[in-house]
Design a protein around this ligand. Structure first.
Ligand code: COI
Length: 355
């Protein structure tokens, strides 16, 4: 815990809200009026402040720029139907995961009250920016990076923790086409795949771009050693329904422990659906695709929510999956999660944090 979390606030002279087009929000391009910052110096978190959103000065010698010494999180807030409260989905899980990432990247942990109060105070100030339209939400992006001015390699001493907010539409606006990647690697055993480290995502852009040039939206990554087992999709975890069983790869040090993934599994188990967290080989998946046994495939992530996969490509062959309307589990999970997140239905698991 930090001693006292006194957050100073410098508000914008004029809000950009009325000039923002909420009718067609893209993902991650529009930001609210304010942002939160805290400094870690001399072994302590300090200088908690909210200032107008905008460019800022950092040292050109910071390891954040040179060595990818940065981590981040992603969460979403929704407007309650009365419009009085902001509903945030499972933020404590993101706090826990951020500290797992921090440990792996040799960064200081974020105390719970710093994480929660920074988000609550910032959302409270910018709550008018929470979009109301179906499919949209306020994306919350907490992140931490080294603030040292030193280009040697060693654990940094100073850090900055920030939160920015983005009113946003869906990450994938339509069902996705994915390619099973068996050459490039996102993460290896012993690496940083389980952490939300900036570099994991930077390194994935080139292989994803090659797949996009072939007409796919995303990759399904396979394990870095043998490329025989399915891992995740980079912006989301992946799930399949085969013989009425919901199957997803088990967590490991090369797979991100998705909070949406966990929520889907908890919901499915509570409904009595058979769930298997187990290794799924490329060979098994491709055989099931060839025999038309894959009833559903979808991604689960904060930004992606539940993203139906309509097509899976492997070694030049494309497999089209059943029509979206037929997908009982993904559709049910999507609707239930949307209703819980938007406060339209009781919250039996206590997932919603109200601001
Ligand atoms: C999220 O779902 O919040 C993510 O971090 C995905 C992101 C890389 C767009």
């Amino acid at each position: 815990m930090v001693d006292t979390l006194k957050i100073s606030t410098k508000q914008v002279a004029e809000s950009r809200l009325s000039k923002t087009d909420f009718s067609n929000l893209p993902f991650g391009k529009v930001y609210t009026d304010h942002m939160f910052l805290a400094d870690f110096k001399k072994g302590e978190w300090q200088n908690f402040r909210i200032i107008p959103y905008g460019s800022m000065q950092i040292s050109p010698a910071t390891p954040a720029l040179h060595y990818g010494h940065s981590i981040f999180e992603g969460m979403k807030a929704y407007a309650s139907s009365s419009n009085k409260e902001a509903l945030v989905f499972r933020p404590l899980e993101n706090w826990k995961r951020m500290n797992i990432s921090a440990e792996r990247l040799c960064m200081p942990s974020i105390p719970e009250d710093l994480f929660m109060e920074s988000i609550s105070t910032l959302i409270d100030l910018d709550r008018a920016w929470i979009p109301k339209a179906e499919g949209s939400s306020l994306y919350i992006r907490p992140f931490m990076f080294s603030a040292d001015e030193f280009i040697g390699i060693r654990p940094s001493e100073d850090f900055t923790f920030m939160v920015i907010l983005s009113p946003t539409g869906p990450y994938y606006s339509a069902p996705v086409k994915v390619k099973i990647e068996t050459h490039y690697t996102r993460a290896v055993a012993g690496g940083t795949g389980y952490a939300k480290a900036g570099g994991n995502y930077g390194g994935a852009i080139y292989p994803a771009k090659l797949a996009q040039d072939e007409g796919y939206h995303q990759l399904i990554w396979t394990d870095g050693k043998t490329h025989e087992y399915i891992e995740e999709s980079g912006t989301m975890n992946v799930m399949f329904v085969i013989d009425d069983v919901l199957i997803t790869p088990p967590l490991s040090d090369s797979i991100l422990a998705g909070i949406t993934r966990q929520s889907v599994l908890e919901l499915a188990r509570s409904w009595g659906i058979a769930v298997e967290e187990r290794k799924i080989s490329v060979r098994e998946l491709v055989a099931a695709l060839e025999q038309n046994k894959v009833q559903e495939a979808f991604g689960a992530g904060t930004a992606a929510t539940i993203a139906h996969i309509e097509l899976i490509g492997f070694e030049g062959k494309n497999f089209t999956l059943p029509a979206i309307e037929k997908r009982q589990i993904a559709n049910r999970v999507f609707n239930e999660l949307e209703n819980i997140k938007r406060g339209n239905t009781p919250d039996p698991f206590d997932w919603i944090y109200k601001i």
